[in-house]
Design a protein around this ligand. Structure first.
Ligand code: AMP
Ligand code: GLY
Length: 424
């Protein structure tokens, strides 16, 4: 099979790395890709939302399957674009259709879905500019901290957690009236604050059946001890030590099964990954959010632990035979530590030469915001630059190996968290 992966992060490098191991795989293309994917696949400089250009790539390279990494093209309907085009409809697309991608594209839609299907989540109400005053009143009924969420996609920045009531009211007005997050905040979800520890659960579905992948936990804040600004993710581990059989069983029966059944009942066409952002409150799992793709950097620890051929699983989505598959998981733990540009997640410099990657032998460097420059050096091209993944008998051992590998890598301004796993 010839495969096209859409995206350019550590997640997409990991997908390419995993698929490259499949005997079913002939050629891999990545659009646009990075310096990591360039070493195992053919990068093509095309934007992830340029569907016509993607069509040209698919036809000229005889692509059989398109794997969509990021949410944007899914929310914009790339799967529907393929199905409705006579030249493309034979191609498998991994990722939900537009109607189902709304689970990530609209927080209000996701909350309605959960309440319709009795899926445990924070209590909420949604507001627009016409009921701002009701929004203020609703805030007054809640205990701090206050959680305000822009309804639409806001590049991971649309959630505000505020401790002061007046500040929460001012931010609500800024979102609804002053379009703080542009189009994304024309609607705002206000919800109850949930106090607990978060984890990421990835479920693969063919729309009929499902398979749960190994659990992961990611570290979103820039600073040690989970302090400072939110980032795309600074590191991850898998498995998650506090997920025992009892808790896993709750996740499956109370959340995963109702989610898959809900998709069926609501006729939301879904062949791809459901990423359920969970929080453990007491001994109860609750949904913080749905995403319609794999997480990054969780992918960098989840796929390395998956022994099953990913292309075999993906092929079963089109045939709707996923239910008959078994998933084999590596007993070892995996950890990844993200190397980021100095200054990230605020402004940062790019084009810094990265040295030492070739000296890493006990870990796998998954490239994220990194590219080859005109002198064939690997240079930084984004905030999150390289994720260093390692295996270990325990997650502690895996983290230790990643830190040893990191000591061999350098670029100007390089930063990373030295405490991944600190809270477990
Ligand atoms: P989201 O974009 O919905 O994942 O929200 C971003 C982050 O905000 C989450 O990873 C949580 O850390 C936090 N968050 C979102 N909703 C809540 C909530 N109801 N209670 C506590 N924290 C939340
Ligand atoms: N690591 C969280 C995400 O991919 O959204």
């Amino acid at each position: 099979m010839n495969i096209l992966i859409i995206g350019s992060g550590g997640r997409e490098h990991t997908l390419a790395w995993k698929i490259d191991q499949s005997p079913l795989c002939n050629q891999i293309f990545v659009a646009p890709g990075n310096s990591g994917t360039a070493q195992i696949a053919t990068n093509i400089a095309v934007k992830v939302n340029d569907f016509e250009a993607i069509k040209t790539i698919v036809i000229s390279n005889d692509i059989n399957m398109v794997i969509v990494g990021p949410e944007d093209p899914l929310v914009n309907g790339i799967h529907d674009f393929f199905i409705s085009d006579n030249d493309l409809k034979h191609v498998s697309v991994i990722g939900p259709q537009k109607a189902a991608a709304k689970l990530e594209g609209s927080k209000a839609f996701a909350k309605q879905f959960m309440s319709r299907h009795d899926i445990p989540t924070a209590k909420y109400k949604s507001f627009d500019v016409n009921n701002l005053d009701e929004g203020y009143l609703f805030l007054e009924t809640l205990m701090p901290p206050y959680v305000l969420k822009a309804d639409g996609l806001a590049a991971g920045k649309g959630v505000l957690i505020l401790h002061d009531l007046n500040e929460a009211k001012a931010e609500l007005k800024a979102m609804l009236v002053d379009a703080k997050f542009g189009q994304a905040s024309t609607k705002v979800v206000i919800e109850e604050f949930l106090d607990g520890i978060e984890l990421s659960c990835f479920v693969l579905t063919d729309g009929k059946s499902y398979k749960i992948l190994p659990m992961a936990k990611d570290y979103k804040r820039i600073g040690e001890g989970d302090t400072g600004l939110n980032t795309g993710g600074m590191g991850a581990i898998s498995p998650v030590p506090f997920v025992d059989n009892d808790f896993l069983n709750k996740i499956e029966t109370q959340i995963v099964i109702p989610t898959i059944n809900g998709l069926k009942k609501d006729k939301l066409p879904y062949k791809g990954f459901v990423f359920i952002g969970l929080i453990k409150v007491g001994d109860q799992p609750k949904v913080i959010e749905y995403n319609v793709r794999l997480g990054d950097p969780e992918t960098e620890v989840v796929l390395p632990r998956l022994k099953t051929d990913l292309l075999v699983l993906f092929n079963s989505l089109r045939l709707e035979t996923l239910g008959g598959m078994t998933i084999e998981v590596d007993d070892r733990a995996a950890a990844t530590v993200m190397l980021v540009s100095g200054g990230y997640p605020e402004s940062y410099q790019k084009e810094k030469v990265i040295t030492g990657l070739d000296n890493v032998v006990n870990s796998i460097p998954f490239h994220a915001g990194a590219k080859f420059d005109s002198n064939n050096n690997i240079v930084s091209s984004g905030g999150r630059v390289v994720a260093i993944t390692s295996y270990g008998k325990s997650y502690q051992k895996a983290i230790e190996k990643s830190y040893q590998s990191i000591s061999k890598i350098q670029f100007e301004g390089m930063n990373y968290r030295k405490d991944i796993g600190f809270d477990l």
